[in-house]
Design a protein around this ligand. Structure first.
Ligand code: MTE
Length: 329
């Protein structure tokens, strides 16, 4: 990623997190663990006074969504509390709106995500354009508390809401030749103002191998903390593959295409010496400009060790048997 020193950082008014926690009964465990101190640290560190109010649960325009099933077995281990809503919703990479992590929430605030359709096409028996509300009915919504590791060496723990991508794949029935899945973000410079710049080639595209896409950990996320996904986190639907670097998690998806050959993807094509197609979290392979051995969990002082496959090796390492994990381009 480009590392930009921001000069338009929003202000530091913080909604009391306890207020928010009280409204999230079904998430009690994960929520209470996120500390007020952590939130304070983030804002003291990242924000300067003035400007706009950071997004909080209280001023989040997205309504609550029905609480889904809490998927047991998909929680991070004890000692890794979820980051707060305020942290997750105010420190974002979404270049269609801004290259400043702290400005994305403000700039994406009025991004309208209804009506919305997702066209699923390519090598499938049953191509279909889903209205977002029909897409949401493909499978019961679950809560999955996953680690999230950005290639820039920061991390969070995020309580996503969503459903396994596999449910969508089964619905469209891929043909035998389909080997990869390509995901495409909305291209609409009127609604995504930074698409008028050439900071990246647009639209943002990502891809997975079909077996990665079918893996039970792989999620189409439509919410977090039991609410609709805020625009800055990729509303109305984004990809989450928690063993991969965060840039694989393409946001605001409008098209999913099943293809035979490995698709070109935004960051791997833009800076092939720095980013690869697989992008599995690997502490042994440093980024050319920084180490990947450790990471800064947002809200913590000390650095944590980065785990192979972001801690999901038991579940996913077998997908890559026979591959040189240090060369995954
Ligand atoms: N998707 C689109 N369309 N545009 C982006 O700029 N940034 C990626 C990924 N998905 C990005 C995107 C990167 S680099 C990261 S780290 C994550 O989104 C950040 O997700 P978050 O803002 O929800 O933490």
């Amino acid at each position: 990623m480009l590392i930009k020193k921001s000069d338009d950082i929003p202000g530091s008014e913080i909604t009391d997190e306890k207020l928010y926690n009280n409204r999230r009964k079904f998430l009690r465990g994960a929520m209470l663990a996120g500390s007020v101190g952590a939130t304070g640290w983030l804002y003291r560190t990242l924000n300067r006074p003035g400007d706009t109010k950071p997004q909080s649960a209280e001023n989040d325009p997205a309504g609550e969504i029905a609480a889904g099933e809490i998927a047991e077995g998909y929680r991070t281990p004890e000692g890794e509390p979820a980051n707060t809503f305020e942290e997750i919703a105010n420190y974002n990479n979404f270049y269609e709106f801004s290259t400043s992590k702290q400005a994305v929430a403000v700039r994406a605030k009025n991004f309208i995500t209804r009506p919305w359709t997702v066209e699923v096409s390519g090598l499938v028996h049953k191509p279909k354009t889903f209205d977002i509300d029909d897409l949401l009915k493909l499978a019961p919504l679950e809560e999955r508390v996953y680690r999230f590791r950005c290639v820039e060496a920061w991390s969070m723990v995020i309580p996503w809401m969503g459903f396994p991508l596999r449910a969508l794949i089964d619905a469209v029935e891929p043909l035998g030749e389909a080997r990869y899945v390509k995901f495409i973000t909305l291209y609409d410079p009127k609604r995504m103002p930074n698409q008028t710049t050439s900071v990246l080639p647009w639209p943002y595209i990502e891809g997975l191998r079909l077996d990665e896409a079918r893996h039970p950990l792989t999620l189409l996320a439509t919410g977090l903390y039991g609410r609709d996904l805020p625009p800055q986190n990729g509303a109305p639907v984004r990809l989450v593959a928690p063993w991969k670097y965060g840039f694989k998690g393409v946001k605001s998806i409008v098209q999913i295409v099943f293809v035979r050959d490995k698709p070109g993807t935004t960051w791997a094509d833009y800076a092939p010496n720095e980013y690869g197609f697989y992008a599995n979290v690997n502490p042994q392979v440093d980024h050319p400009r920084w180490s990947q051995k450790r990471e800064r969990r947002i809200g913590e002082w000390s650095m944590r060790k980065t785990l192979p496959f972001n801690g999901y090796a038991d579940q996913v390492a077998s997908l890559y048997s026979g591959m040189d994990l240090n060369r995954q381009f």
